[in-house]
Design a binder for this molecule. Sequence first.
Ligand SMILES: CC(C)(COP(=O)(O)OP(=O)(O)OC[C@H]1O[C@@H](n2cnc3c(N)ncnc32)[C@H](O)[C@@H]1OP(=O)(O)O)[C@@H](O)C(=O)NCCC(=O)NCCS
Length: 186
Amino acid sequence: MEPPEMINAGELVLKRWELEWAPAAVEAIQESLPELRQFLPWATDTYGLEESREYIARSRADWDAGTQYNYAIFTAIGELAGSIGLMTRMGPGVLEIGYWTRTPYAGRGFMTAAVRALTRVALTLPGIERVAIKHDEANKASGAVAIKAGFAEAAREDREVEAPGESGTTIIRIYPSVDSSPPATA
Ligand SMILES: CC(C)(COP(=O)(O)OP(=O)(O)OC[C@H]1O[C@@H](n2cnc3c(N)ncnc32)[C@H](O)[C@@H]1OP(=O)(O)O)[C@@H](O)C(=O)NCCC(=O)NCCS
């Protein structure tokens, strides 16, 4: 079973990526480069229509293959505000969330709302027991999103630095947390 192609998240809507949104994605990414390039190695000055179309085509193929479910995030008036996705790369039972916000829309709680909505959906999928967010220790905004959405730190790992803002220490946060007790029954 796959997640729905459209998810409501308060004033936002998450929609499976469509090829026709490539120009809007390029515009969003280009105007957000100073923030994105710190932590996302693919976010470079040369990111253009070809890269965007390739990303969306791959996203659509991955969706069909059941390996990744990537969504564009739109505001209530149809502005592209970012991207979020579910990845199966951590193995069975877990879906990992990745995301970026278009800079003019940052700091409004948008990504926290999107993460909460996508986490809720992920946990309804058969066999999925946990959702994970991995971020570099230096990526305070990403950590803040995960914490606000209820993700608890589960592990840290060292890895090669790939983007200029990274420290090389990855924090893995999960929801629900391993030691969380089942909800009390009345
Ligand atoms: C991480 C990111 C997606 C957050 O998006 P957003 O829409 O601004 O997220 P929200 O508004 O829901 O929450 C952001 C939180 O980060 C906090 N924050 C932002 N910069 C911060 C910093 N330098 N130090 C500490 N907290 C910071 C904000 O204060 C806010 O928390 P608050 O509501 O408690 O004040 C966005 O910054 C981004 O796209 N960054 C670049 C790409 C990236 O790093 N992606 C994630 C890779 S793991």
